[in-house]
Design a protein around this ligand. Sequence first.
Ligand code: ACO
Length: 157
Amino acid sequence: MKIEDQEISFKSLTKGENIPFDLLLLADPSMDLIAEYLEKSEVFAAVIQKEIIGAIVLYPLTQDSVEIKNVAVKPDFQGKGIGSFLLEQAIQIAKKAAYKKVIIGTANSSVGQLYLYQKLGFELADIKKDFFLENYPDPIFENGIQAKDLLVLTKEL
Ligand code: ACO
């Protein structure tokens, strides 16, 4: 894809190197959880003129399903279609790897993200009550709503 005539590429990042933790922390404030899932995940990035401006993390759950654990775009570049681009590319990668289902979770307070994921074909599948109260030490508020529950959405491939 292009923004303002500049090409944006999508590439896999080498484990241990180049991992944009600043970006991953935008989507998930727990460095402990990030470190845990990165051990088994593959990280991909959106790059513009050598600068990483977005990242997405794919975590194999079972032989048939893969979870998008994290998706984030640098604040200056948000709202330009890069999040959609990252999600669409990740879905294509999951398809090519013969997964049957992609899973993504987000907070009850993440209204924009819920809109975006459903627009891309994800459907609400499960609610993990009190997930954010039990797994994050500090209260999280978005859009004036406290993040309490994890909403799990799935997309059949
Ligand atoms: N609030 C309101 N609307 C939003 C939001 C939001 N937070 N995020 C996306 N949208 C809407 C856009 O308005 C747009 O609508 P349109 O298609 O009608 O114009 C649509 O979703 C697509 O937006 P993009 O431009 O493709 O998305 P963007 O590049 O901004 O990336 C992302 C979306 C990744 C959520 C970005 O806003 C971000 O990095 N946010 C902070 C980190 C975060 O919350 N990540 C997700 C956590 S859950 C998880 O990681 C599994």
